[in-house]
Design a protein around this ligand. Structure first.
Ligand SMILES: Cc1cc2nc3c(=O)[nH]c(=O)nc-3n(C[C@H](O)[C@H](O)[C@H](O)COP(=O)(O)OP(=O)(O)OC[C@H]3O[C@@H](n4cnc5c(N)ncnc54)[C@H](O)[C@@H]3O)c2cc1C
Length: 302
């Protein structure tokens, strides 16, 4: 026995694990293999198994930017477990915060403020993880991840090695970085500045209130579906075409924010995919703007 067979037999890798519950859309089928990383040794062993038995790899953070196909993921899905949810001050004593890949962004924002550190407040309304934020250069409220990252520790599944990267190595652009599906963010160091705790908490409340007013809460969605085109807003273009409420199957354009697409409990991942394609085609036909999806589709769609 070799490769994933050994890891399955040892109970370290599970087979046929449904991924929908790990995403905010709650949609999609099973992964062929699934591992929750409990220690760095798991990363090394997975890299060795992949070298013997190559599989397509999907890293899942908090699944808030992902649509998993109804047929599932045909290879290995990886999630970082609690061992990677640590957060603390340092290494620079006055202005750094180090956080594991699995730390939820709202927690990073709140704990940073509670320790008198500012600059990460914008994360309070983004329901992702540190790993997902680095990969997608998450941002909002005038800030983005690229502005506040000092360094990132990555495990490269292809070489089986850890690497420490500086922001300049990550080629951050609007909602993207140069990390590939085999570059796993393990920890990140964020640069912050001293703030007064009460003022920071007030800032968090303002951001949270703004989100409640402008974005649909409590529904199944993955945030903004399309990136904003240069100098414009995808939601404004979609709204102007009267597409709020437009639906395909169980997926519909939010009536509150036209760049959020919501799934009914009856929806399929294919419905979301087809709605995205239909809205993109209508916007292109009527405005000439070809919107680029921000949400990521994983697995086979027709
Ligand atoms: C209500 C709502 C509001 C949102 N608002 C915003 C917003 O204001 N701004 C914004 O930018 N986004 C927003 N999003 C989208 C989403 O929260 C961000 O893209 C977030 O950074 C994704 O993090 P995640 O952990 O959920 O990643 P996932 O969705 O799990 O994955 C996203 C990508 O990151 C990769 N990834 C995840 N973890 C790792 C890791 N450890 N190492 C390497 N790659 C990894 C995945 O493979 C995938 O390619 C919103 C989503 C929702 C549901």
């Amino acid at each position: 026995m070799s490769g994933f067979g050994e890891l399955v037999a040892a109970g370290r890798v599970a087979e046929s694990v449904r991924l929908g519950a790990l995403t905010t859309y709650k949609l999609g089928g099973p992964a062929r293999y699934f591992i929750e990383i409990a220690a760095e040794q798991d990363l090394i062993d997975v890299a060795a198994a992949l070298a013997e038995d190559p599989q397509p790899v999907l890293v899942i953070g908090r699944g808030s930017n992902l649509v998993i196909a109804d047929a599932g993921w045909p290879g290995l899905a990886i999630r970082f477990g609690n061992a990677f949810a640590g957060l603390g001050l340092g290494p620079a004593p006055d202005h750094d915060i180090t956080a594991g890949a699995a730390v939820p962004l709202p927690r990073l924002a709140r704990e940073s403020v509670n320790r008198g550190r500012g600059g990460l407040e914008f994360y309070v309304g983004i329901p992702g993880s540190v790993g997902g934020a680095i990969r997608t250069n998450a941002g909002g409220h005038g800030s983005e991840t690229a502005d506040c990252v000092r360094s990132v520790r990555v495990f490269d599944l292809a070489s089986g090695r850890f690497r420490d990267l500086a922001p300049g190595d990550l080629s951050f652009q609007y909602r993207s970085s140069s990390l590939t599906s085999t570059d796993l963010v393990v920890t990140a160091v964020f640069q912050t500045h001293p703030i007064e705790v009460g003022a920071g908490q007030q800032h968090l409340r303002e951001i949270t209130r703004w989100r409640r007013v402008h974005q649909p809460g409590g529904t199944l969605n993955a945030g903004s579906v399309f990136r904003n085109p240069p100098g414009d807003a995808a939601g404004r273009l979609i709204d102007e075409l009267g597409l709020k409420g437009f639906s395909v199957g169980g997926a519909a354009v939010s009536t509150k924010h036209a760049n959020f697409f919501e799934a009914a409990p009856s929806a399929t991942a294919q419905d979301v995919h087809d709605l995205v394609a239909a809205v993109r085609a209508q916007v292109l036909a009527k405005t000439g703007v070809d919107l680029v999806p921000e949400v990521q589709f994983a697995g086979p769609f027709t």
